[in-house]
Design a protein around this ligand. Sequence first.
Ligand SMILES: C[S@@+](CC[C@H](N)C(=O)[O-])C[C@H]1O[C@@H](n2cnc3c(N)ncnc32)[C@H](O)[C@@H]1O
Length: 301
Amino acid sequence: MLYLIGLGLSYKSDITVRGLEAIKKCSRVYLEHYTSILMAATQEELEEYYGKAVILADRELVETGSADILRNADKEDVAFLVVGDPFGATTHTDLVLRAKREKIPVEVVHNASVMNAVGSCGLQLYTFGQTVSMVFFTENWRPDSWYDKIWENRKIGLHTLVLLDIKVKEQSIENMARGRLIYEPPRYMSISQCCEQLLEIEETKGSKAYTPDTPVVAISRLGSATQSFKVGTIKELSEYDAGEPLHSLIILGRQCHELELEYLLEFTDNKEKFKQDVIADQEYFKPPAWVPSAEEDNDDE
Ligand SMILES: C[S@@+](CC[C@H](N)C(=O)[O-])C[C@H]1O[C@@H](n2cnc3c(N)ncnc32)[C@H](O)[C@@H]1O
């Protein structure tokens, strides 16, 4: 059996009882180690807690070496651990499809994900649109396909969850070119960098998916002892120090209910200003009132 087991968001004990019981039966335990991190536990702490060795699975192993992960999984139990939920944001469908092709049974043990835990900032999960990912810009690679998705969400009034890039076990271009297996230290995108990149692309595109004054919610270390939220405009949070990773950002949509706003006001010292920013943004992005065409007018007569 291949078990895909969600670890939850922060602590080693966030794993479910069913997940832990499954691990205890497994002969090999892999921890997916490139899309998120378990903030309050190290590999050694997990090994001690599970009573099993944990093999770190980087992108290369998961994407090109899945045969290793699935080896003998038709005869013995293998666990593939994912921080958050195995199907939250990054889905590991490739691995599941491959297991199914090889007639290996698969069982999924779910857990909390950033995708649902963001609800703790007070915004209704029902009023979120497409989630987008913001990657680190480089000198000559500044991808902006997320921009149109934000625009589409905002057009129909929905909030946008922005997940931020993580770089683990990356090689510099020079080391890659020279075939040297030297890896850069891990990097995690911060709220301020994400806001700066948002501002840069709005300036280049100019389609007004949002403005520097659009209200956003900074989410830091969800589910950990130091979880925190901060609200402000994109411009303001481009200078905000959110501390240690992990970070995510929510761009507010026009459908911000008064109870959502009341909850968000807890996360600023300048409540009146934030309230005015939200009202101004909602006015600015309000669709024009519907006016019937001359034809439709005539139909009515
Ligand atoms: C590709 S997603 C992986 C999601 C994970 N599988 C889950 O279900 O939660 C990773 C990104 O989600 C966001 N994220 C994940 N956990 C977070 C947390 N506890 N607090 C804030 N942001 C988080 C960060 O932007 C991070 O770079």
